[in-house]
Design a protein around this ligand. Structure first.
Ligand code: FCB
Length: 510
């Protein structure tokens, strides 16, 4: 098992922390002032609905994808093999033996997809990832001009359609040649990653102004090199990803360290080789502790828990040190690192990107160390369809709020948020995904609350632009706001696409 920093001990509640202290402010029989105002001026209500819940001016509305999940063309134009090509071609790894060989055929259909983003989604930004083995087929050495050219054409197409490109440099498709040399276990990989990142910045930062270094440090290290348990009501779900290794603790912690070191080295290389002023940050699936009750002691507890839960990734990147609790918890298996490593890892960033799907857990304050305790999900807690992830819209308030209050971030992007659904084409050819619209509306309401509080969130990327290969779960887990028929490659915007378009147009929760 991965050493978890969570506390399942139900220690004493902090003094004064009980449900009784959660005053609503209104005793029964009293009408809240807002309701009174609405009743007094009914005509004002409609106007209030159309102007309320607005996001700050200039807020970006985008969707996200990744190379292996949509591109296909896995061995075209000189692309090298990635660990995902190898893994998906290994029998028994993927549901229904699905692979990314063709996926959404986006490599050949990118113009159609960009047109759809503009026309049907009204998007003003797009987050995609660059496939490392398209650029460096062997991971290092001679670059492949045709690979780079694909992204150059994609970026031109986006810009021509008024869509701001946001590129992720690593969304898990490591060149297989580097895996053969030890993969993320090897200390040479961070350097190879920085060389690749610097090269891409040199070639494309004239038109790409925002880069994410690595997507979800936690997911690819834990699920690829040990095991990744995601909380779910009534139990947890274990996810495995390529290259499918199960390393002993010490080696696994070293992999985590190499991932953050790669991030830091890449930031430095990109600043050295890219155009002045490019903006760089990570895209991490922050583990968010949500205060079960919004009272100061529980909020503090949630903040402390969030910092500890993210110790190996965001915390070290943003503070330049591993927390004492993390080093104590990992003990003799703690990663080997130097002071110089820590300086590199905490190279200054322009923004923090966070992927937020769920609260990692709810917390209450505790008088006992470490000052908080985990409240497990009730068995009947609401679950997202298919993935069974717990639904907790407040995570989209607290995640950015913690990032601001813990680390003083000046700019934050929500780099992923969304849910899978059992989407079907109705007889009229449409997809009525009420579940997804309900999910996104609830999460966006909380995000808007964060921006109204002054949390500097600059944009939101829905995962995903269109249904795609959901890693080992295959094509059955549909996360898109555009439905894809994988036999014909026909794209059909779902009702959630119309919802998204309305949100983007109004710059408000619709
Ligand atoms: C995230 C991944 C993304 C996609 C969504 C559903 O963890 O970054 O590629 O799989 O989950």
């Amino acid at each position: 098992m991965i050493p978890r920093l969570s506390r399942r001990n139900f220690g004493k509640l902090a003094a004064g922390a009980s449900l009784a202290t959660v005053a609503t402010g209104y005793s029964s029989g009293t009408t809240p002032p807002q309701a009174q105002a609405n009743a007094a001026t009914p005509a004002a209500t409609l106007a209030a609905q159309t102007t309320a819940r607005e996001f700050p001016q200039g807020f970006l509305w985008g969707t996200a994808t990744s190379s292996y999940q949509i591109e296909g063309a896995w061995n075209e134009d000189g692309k090298g093999e990635s660990i995902w090509d190898r893994y998906a071609h290994t029998p028994g790894t993927m549901r229904n033996n699905d692979t990314g060989d063709v996926a959404n055929d986006h490599y050949h259909r990118y113009k159609e997809d960009v047109a759809l983003m503009k026309r049907d989604l009204g998007a003003t930004a797009y987050r995609f990832s660059i496939s490392w083995p398209r650029i460096f087929p062997h991971g290092t050495g001679q670059p492949n001009a045709k690979g780079l050219d694909f992204y150059s054409r994609l970026v031109d197409e986006l810009r021509a359609n008024g869509i701001e490109p946001f590129a992720t440099l690593y969304h898990w498709d490591l060149p297989q040649a580097l895996q053969d040399q030890g993969g993320w276990q090897s200390r040479d990989i961070p350097k190879a990653f920085a060389d690749y990142a610097g090269y891409v910045a040199e070639k494309l930062s004239d038109r790409i102004h925002h880069f994410f270094t690595i997507n979800e440090f936690r997911s690819f290290t834990e699920a690829g090199y040990r095991r990744f348990d995601i909380p779910a009501p009534g139990g947890s779900r274990t996810v495995f990803l390529a290259p499918g290794l199960r390393l002993p603790a010490a080696e696994f912690h070293q992999v985590r360290h190499h991932a953050v070191l790669a991030h830091g080295l890449a930031v430095q290389a990109m600043r050295a080789q890219g155009k002045p002023g490019i903006k760089i940050g990570p895209a991490e699936n922050i583990e968010t502790a949500v205060p079960l009750i919004e009272a100061p002691e529980h909020i503090k507890a949630a903040q402390t828990a969030t910092r500890e839960m993210n110790a190996p990734f965001l915390t070290v990147m943003l503070e330049g040190r591993y927390t004492e609790a993390y080093l104590k918890e990992t003990g003799k298996d703690a990663p080997n690192f130097t002071d110089e490593d820590l300086k590199i890892i905490s190279s200054p960033l322009d923004f923090v990107g966070i992927n937020v799907y769920l609260p990692r857990f709810y917390v209450l304050a505790s008088d006992e160390a470490p000052g908080w305790h985990e409240v497990p999900y009730a068995k009947g807690h609401a679950k997202a369809p298919i993935s069974n992830f717990p639904i907790g819209p407040e995570a989209l308030y607290w995640a950015p709020k913690h990032v601001q209050s813990l680390w003083g971030a000046k700019a934050i992007f929500i780099t992923e948020n969304g849910c899978a659904g059992e989407d079907v084409l109705a007889e009229d050819g449409k997809v009525y995904d009420t579940d997804r619209i309900m999910f996104v509306r609830a999460y966006l309401t909380q995000l808007q609350r964060a921006t109204a509080d002054g949390v500097p969130v600059k944009g939101y990327f829905y995962w995903s632009t269109m249904d795609n290969l959901e890693w080992t779960a295959g094509f059955g887990n549909r996360y898109g706001i555009v439905y894809v028929d994988f036999t014909t490659q026909k794209r059909t915007p779902k009702m959630s696409a119309s919802f998204f378009r309305e949100v983007a147009k109004r710059n408000a929760v619709a």
